[in-house]
Design a protein around this ligand. Structure first.
Ligand code: G3H
Length: 257
């Protein structure tokens, strides 16, 4: 019955929190590999978790991806009163426009009645062009907002899927394959031990910045992402992370415990 299902999930959340050494685990029923609506449930849980730690003038740095897009799609206008600001976590990492952090961050602001800023740093430019862009006052201002974000919201991807989906060069693809990357987040690719085997060159939030971020929400579901989630958490600072996942991934992650 319903009670047993709720109890079962609570037990899984507790075991997974201990296994992964994160601040909190939230599990939604289902497996997003099988049913797309499970991503919306991940979104609902994420919004609930975020609301619980929202203070005045929260700066929320967000990444791209379809999971983040699902969160954006169901945000409701109740973040505005606290003067919330959405910023993209990092500059371009090769995603199509609908999956880009800038786009998702704009949708999140629009849906929730909050504000947002964009970071337009081109992916492929010469060193000189890049250096002069970085000196632009408007870019510097957004960069300062990103590095002072007190809440980070991000997806975790399967390495091969992400490398394929993105505009990844042949050279970088080789690095990802030879390095046996399994997980990806923020443009960082991790092997099964959590070692960074490739990092997309772009500005903004760096992995080490997570260590000083009070609230980090990692949102990733689907049994197929279990290895990616585990690899990422091994490699990234995660003591202030809340993992929001689904039963499909959680069951895989708990195997062997
Ligand atoms: O960095 C992680 C990826 O953006 C996750 O993408 O939510 O579409 O699987 P996804």
């Amino acid at each position: 019955g319903m009670m047993n299902e709720v109890t079962g999930i609570n037990v899984m959340e507790q075991s997974l929190k201990e296994k992964l050494q994160v601040k909190r685990v939230m599990i939604v029923p289902g497996n997003s590999d099988d049913f797309p609506w499970v991503k919306e449930e991940l979104g609902r849980a994420t919004i609930q978790g975020m609301k619980e730690c929202l203070v005045e003038h929260t700066i929320i740095a967000v990444t791209g991806g379809t999971t983040m897009a699902a969160v954006a799609g169901i945000l409701t206008p109740d973040f505005a009163s606290k003067d919330t600001l959405f910023v993209p976590a990092r500059g371009g990492i090769g995603e199509d426009v609908h999956n880009q952090a800038n786009t998702i961050c704009a949708t999140m602001a629009q849906k929730s009645g909050a504000k947002h800023r964009v970071l337009y740093v081109p992916d492929q430019v010469s060193r000189e062009v890049y250096d002069s862009i970085m000196k632009e006052p408007s870019i510097k201002e957004v960069m300062a907002l990103i590095t002072s974000a007190n809440l980070v919201l991000h997806g975790i991807g399967d390495a091969a899927t992400m490398a394929k989906r993105r505009n990844t060069s042949e050279e970088d693809l080789q690095k990802i394959i030879e390095g046996q990357a399994v997980g990806e987040a923020f443009g960082y690719y991790f092997d099964v031990h959590g070692k960074i085997v490739h990092k997309v060159k772009t500005v903004g939030l760096q992995l080490k910045d997570l260590a000083s971020t009070p609230n980090v929400f990692a949102v990733a579901g689907g049994a197929s992402k279990a290895n990616a989630i585990q690899a990422y958490l091994k490699g990234a600072p995660h003591s202030s992370s809340t993992l929001i996942t689904d039963e499909g991934a959680a069951k895989e992650l708990l195997k062997g415990t």
